[in-house]
Design a protein around this ligand. Structure first.
Ligand SMILES: C[S@@+](CC[C@H](N)C(=O)[O-])C[C@H]1O[C@@H](n2cnc3c(N)ncnc32)[C@H](O)[C@@H]1O
Length: 185
């Protein structure tokens, strides 16, 4: 959507350290990010939704709006998300607050938050998400890198394993989708 592109670029220029992308993710990425949500029973949380590319796809997978919570730090994006997705809980709070929003047994977290190469944010975002995740819950992360957005040592520290779901070339730039789950003992 052209309107999304304008809003996104505007906020990227105002807050480059927060938005960290040149355009909203494509529909192809959104489809890949949301695979498997049809089978999720618990609540779903999306972190860093921006203008809502993934949100639209999450709802299209059949997740009921009242089961979905969005955590977004940018107030303008939150306003747009509230108008666009009635019934969805939109919180103008960081993903790091996921343990403080009254949810447990979360079925899946869908993440557009840039976590690459920042160990502190990885612990606070991914590690904390698993504190309130259902046993079989999963965390899906988009990245532009070839490598998993969380280094193997950090995966071990957090007790997680990573699976690369795939590369989506129909995106600017091409995107990779990774899924994190609890390591099985
Ligand atoms: C790369 S954009 C992705 C937007 C959207 N998911 C997409 O793919 O088009 C990153 C988004 O994460 C938000 N963000 C950055 N840090 C965040 C945090 N700690 N918690 C929640 N949202 C955050 C930014 O405001 C921005 O909307």
């Amino acid at each position: 959507m052209a309107r999304d592109f304008g809003l996104f670029i505007g906020e990227m220029l105002r807050h480059p350290g927060e938005v960290v992308a040149i355009a909203p993710s494509s529909e192809a990425v959104a489809r890949r990010m949301t695979e498997g949500l049809e089978h999720v029973r618990g609540p779903v949380v999306e972190i860093g939704p921006g203008t809502g590319s993934f949100t639209r796809a999450i709802l299209a997978r059949g997740v009921a709006p009242e089961k979905l919570t969005l955590l977004e730090t940018n107030a303008r994006f939150c306003e747009t998300l509230r108008q666009r997705f009635p019934g969805v809980r939109v919180l103008n709070r960081p993903a790091q607050d996921i343990t403080a929003i009254g949810l447990s047994d979360i079925g899946a977290v869908i993440s557009g938050v840039p976590v690459l190469a920042r160990p502190t944010i990885q612990r606070a975002v991914v590690g904390r998400a698993f504190e309130v995740m259902a046993q079989d819950g999963f965390f899906v992360q988009v990245t532009y890198s070839h490598k998993a957005p969380i280094a193997p040592e950090m995966q071990r520290e957090l007790g997680l394993c990573a699976e690369k779901r795939g590369t989506v070339w129909a995106n600017l730039p091409p995107a990779r989708v990774f899924v994190f789950r609890r390591m099985q003992h």
